[in-house]
Write a protein that binds this ligand. Sequence first.
Ligand SMILES: Cc1cc2nc3c(=O)[nH]c(=O)nc-3n(C[C@H](O)[C@H](O)[C@H](O)COP(=O)(O)OP(=O)(O)OC[C@H]3O[C@@H](n4cnc5c(N)ncnc54)[C@H](O)[C@@H]3O)c2cc1C
Length: 404
Amino acid sequence: MDLNYTAEDVAFRKQVRTWLEQNMPRHIKNLDERKAWHRKLYEGGYLGMGWPKEYGGQGARPMEQAIVADEMARAGAPAPTNSLGVGIVGPTIVVHGTDAQKRRYLRKILTAEEMWCQLYSEPNAGSDLAALRTAAEDKGDHFLVNGQKIWTSGGALADWGLLLARTDPAVAKHKGISCFLMNMRQPGVDVRPLKQITGSSEFCEVFMTNARVEKADQIGKLGEGWAIAQTTLGYERGGRALARITTYASQYNQLMAAARRLKRNGRPILDDAVTRQKLGRIWADLEVERYGALRTLTMLERGEHPGAGGSLTKLSYSEFEKRFMELAEEILGPYGQLTDGVPPEFRLEVDTAVGDHGTWAYAFLWSRAGTIYAGSSEIQKNVIGERILGLPKESRADRVGGTR
Ligand SMILES: Cc1cc2nc3c(=O)[nH]c(=O)nc-3n(C[C@H](O)[C@H](O)[C@H](O)COP(=O)(O)OP(=O)(O)OC[C@H]3O[C@@H](n4cnc5c(N)ncnc54)[C@H](O)[C@@H]3O)c2cc1C
């Protein structure tokens, strides 16, 4: 593992920091403002940085991408929008799309002119994604799509969706799946938002009844959908690794400040020996996460793919986040539960990809999602057991790490 930054990396970090100081909005009030910030990032050269230059990217190294994400987290910069477009759909098109698809779709993802969602999970196909049933029937010049998706993040805002659908029910289940780009703004697509425990509705159910997908919008060959999903699910996983740690560190410092201010039995909570031990443990865990992130980055810089090692990172940060937020709730007491009218000293000053909610209550509830999306903790353990430790395989060999 290389723990040193090159002189170029240090200079680049300085350049990004200065750019953020000059261009970053303090607060984002609505989607239009977030889209404007997204476009500014793109025009500054800080979005889709790893994509090829001819399609609007910068051809940047993983370290440069990580530095930008890290500096954004350090500055508390608002997150851009269209995260699935930039993080999953774009890379899928870059790797597997035709030239015409690249020219048609990529730039509009980077400018947020077209918003995207990921249509993988179904009511009976999450961890066991290969069991999906949504069917795409070949009608000559187009496909007709019928079925239901669920947990579609950003579905209500999406203009387009990256769809996995069954095109051949006769072959082994993971061999009969194909990948498509589907227009969400058509009569055959019915999007119904789901209300979450946090009170917001980022996820949707999507019902497709005779929805149309053009032949030109098939990605890869028929029956290759499963392989395409495998290569792109883990795409750019390392890019945010460092930024995540910086966000946790910022939250940790805010929690420390609150622990100094709040009193229990007439003394600052921070004076309590047990609480100090718990805070120390979280800090030590955070340092472990930091070195894990640097290891991933080092691999990406060398052109290696973390492979099953990505499961270690995912399992470890998502379980860490839950422990961290549980301790925060313990320390903050009622202030950790307020969703409105939170005094400024107990607000959480950090913007996340799912919006700036500014409360510990939201962050705590959101932390529960991490051990489910992109493959639940149990699925990550299966992957680690089978592919890293070489333990006997689960009976169903085609299980994956799940979707987002
Ligand atoms: C915040 C969030 C955002 C999401 N966004 C999207 C999105 O944009 N698009 C999309 O397509 N999907 C999305 N998902 C869906 C996500 O991919 C699935 O929730 C996930 O893969 C788990 O599937 P499931 O919910 O069907 O649970 P299930 O697969 O039914 O699992 C239920 C429980 O059984 C356990 N389990 C299942 N199989 C095994 C096994 N083989 N061994 C041991 N334990 C097992 C699981 O760990 C879990 O505890 C999102 C989910 C979340 C939470």
